[in-house]
Design a protein around this ligand. Structure first.
Ligand code: C2E
Ligand code: MG
Ligand code: MG
Length: 567
């Protein structure tokens, strides 16, 4: 401590102050306080100091960094207050807080870094990101842009689960080291080194401030994938991992930390969905599509109640006689905003959020009512059956058997006029409840068809043991033997289709027949295809050659035409 006069000169100082400042107390007398503790270097502190000296303010409190004569830097906290018993004097106290500051810094480092990898953690990452985004757009040599590689290890959970957390931690630390190396190398080439942070679990981020464009980020992502490609040696364990990276690069102004992270998260998800072990660049259009997905999914349920769905029907034609035996009901969404939507746009969503159950009930009821109406309106022709697509989830999450029984009873439609189409994956490996449901439906007299047959892994012998009676051959088979009969004259049709396809399909049909199944071919578009399908024994065809999916009144017209031709 020291007593100071109104001019700011030391009157007397104690030994402790002498020690802190590294000057003998008697040599401190007469020296200006402002110099001793470096008050002039900061204008605001200086002004406050002057005001305390002149009595306009009661107290000065501040922290200064000063150089000790032995060369060390100290942090000191000082206060200056008037002495109560002496108008002309003030009391200065100077406290060495270096140790406390150091401890604080250490704590901060601990708080801001991850113990496993020693990388900056999520907190520090977001602090740096926010600062970078707040920076003046045309700051000095800045580009006003920002880039981020958001990385996630593929299959890290399996490493943890099979080799234990210790090896998992070693792997994370080793990955961190390689990421740092990539960042350093990128730093040599450019101005600043990207910040590498661990955001949690097996997620890492490389933040590039003042990025120059997507190429720079692509280069960085590429180098990271390359660096991780070499196997890791972890205390005797040789391990290979890959990573998926979402890359976002954009103008810093107008970008928020949350916005950037959301974009990075979506992009990382794409990288994973596209097959992992790759980097993917943020694509606003793909994102817009995702937004529409969200918009669609949030309005699905109310849309069912508002009656925005409609069914179209596509004829199923006998290959031998060429007459319509049945129709497949295909749902459409007349969306008030997006227009008519094909089922591929929303069935998946409806399955994800469960609204497929409600939608499926509506489709089933509408299709059965329609089939019964046709039957009553056209008593002179053999009734057509209706084939309704059923999603896996409907078998699992609803009482499909009860729903079907109720709707058949209500509409008085004969069970054999209803066919249900399930995909291979829905029936494969079905045991317990789904199998019981299929059996009960089949016992009721409802036919079960396997839709898109050939796209999954079904085994025909297995299928034949299930209560299934129809196979719908996936369109890709028919597309396989496209050209031959369409005329060798056909200009541009150079490629002869692979005869193996036809051989396979023929064998498939024969086998199906022997197992008691009938076969419907999807996507019959040309008469050439129809001829060959007929030749190899296919029972029924469906496709544009016969008709596109059409509204119900067009089917009525078709049936009226059939009456005429019968007469
Ligand atoms: P799917 O059951 O295999 O239906 C056949 C699809 O092939 C229909 O597409 C149809 O328009 C199309 N198609 C028919 N003939 C041809 C052709 O000659 N060439 C080509 N290229 N395509 C043809 P759509 O209507 O877009 O339906 C797509 C899928 O959506 C259906 O495939 C079905 O899996 C599903 N789906 C449709 N309606 C429903 C429904 O009510 N419930 C459920 N769960 N799924 C449905
Ligand atoms: Mg179908
Ligand atoms: Mg199909």
């Amino acid at each position: 401590m020291a007593v100071v006069d109104r001019e700011g000169l030391v009157v007397t100082a104690n030994t402790a102050l002498g020690r802190v400042l590294g000057i003998a107390p008697d040599r401190l007398a007469g020296r200006p306080v402002g110099d001793l503790v470096d008050l002039a270097s900061d204008a605001r502190t200086w002004q406050a100091y002057r005001e305390v000296l002149s009595g306009r303010q009661a107290r000065l409190n501040c922290t200064r960094r000063i150089k000790h004569p032995d060369g060390e830097w100290l942090w000191v906290q000082l206060t200056l207050t008037p002495l109560p018993e002496d108008e002309q004097a003030l009391l200065l106290s100077v406290k060495d807080i270096s140790a406390r500051r150091e401890l604080q810094a250490k704590l901060r480092h601990l708080q801001m870094h991850d113990a496993v990898t020693r990388l900056p953690n999520r907190t520090l990452f977001f602090e740096r990101l926010s600062t970078a985004l707040e920076a003046e757009p045309y700051d000095e040599a800045g580009t006003g842009r920002i880039g981020l590689c958001y990385l996630d290890l593929d299959g890290f959970k399996a490493v943890n689960d099979t080799l234990g957390h210790r090896v998992g931690d070693l792997l994370l630390a080793a990955v961190a080291e390689r990421l740092n190396r990539c960042a350093d190398e990128a730093g040599y080439a450019r101005m600043a080194t990207p910040l590498v942070a661990r955001l949690g679990g097996d997620e890492f981020a490389l933040l590039v401030e003042n990025s120059t464009g997507t190429e720079q980020l692509a280069e960085l992502a590429e180098s990271v994938l390359k660096a991780l490609r070499a196997p890791f040696d972890l205390s005797g364990q040789r391990l290979s991992v890959s990573a998926s990276i979402g890359v976002v690069e954009r103008q810093a102004s107008g970008t928020t930390a949350t916005g950037l992270m959301q974009a990075a998260d979506t992009t990382l998800y794409w990288a994973k969905a596209d097959g992992k072990a790759r980097w993917t660049l943020f694509d606003p259009e793909r994102n817009a599509h995702r937004m529409t997905r969200q918009a669609l999914s949030s309005t699905l349920r109310p849309a069912i109640e508002r009656g925005e769905f409609a069914l179209e029907y596509q004829p199923l034609v006998s290959m031998e006689q060429g007459d319509v035996r049945g129709v497949e009901a295909l749902v459409r969404w007349n969306h008030p905003q997006f227009g008519t939507l094909a089922p591929n746009r929303f069935i998946g969503l409806a399955e994800e959020d469960g609204s497929i159950v409600q939608l499926g009930q509506w489709v089933l009821a509408t299709a059965c009512r329609q089939a019964r109406t046709w039957q009553l309106e056209h008593p002179d022709v053999p009734p057509v059956f209706v084939s309704v697509n059923v999603a896996v989830r409907q078998v699992w999450d609803s009482d499909l058997v009860a729903d079907v029984a109720a709707i058949l009873a209500e509409t008085e439609l004969a069970p054999h006029l209803l066919q249900l189409e399930l995909t291979e994956s829905a029936v494969m490996g079905s045991a317990g409840r789904p199998l019981q449901a299929l059996q009960a439906l089949s016992d009721m007299g409802v036919r079960i068809a396997i839709d898109d047959f050939g796209t999954g892994y079904s085994n025909l012998a297995y299928l034949s043991r299930l209560p299934v009676s129809v196979l719908k051959l996936d369109g890709s088979f028919v597309r396989g033997f496209q050209y031959e009969d369409d005329g060798g004259s056909g200009a541009g049709h150079s490629g002869r289709p692979n005869p193996a396809d036809e051989v396979i399909v023929e064998a498939l049909i024969q086998l199906a027949h022997r197992l008691g199944l009938t076969v419907t071919a999807e996507c019959v578009e040309t008469s050439g295809q129809a001829t060959r399908l007929r030749r190899i024994g296919c029972d029924t065809g469906q496709g544009w050659l016969y008709s596109r999916p059409v509204p119900p009144d067009r089917i009525s017209e078709l049936l009226r035409g059939a009456v005429r031709s019968v007469r």
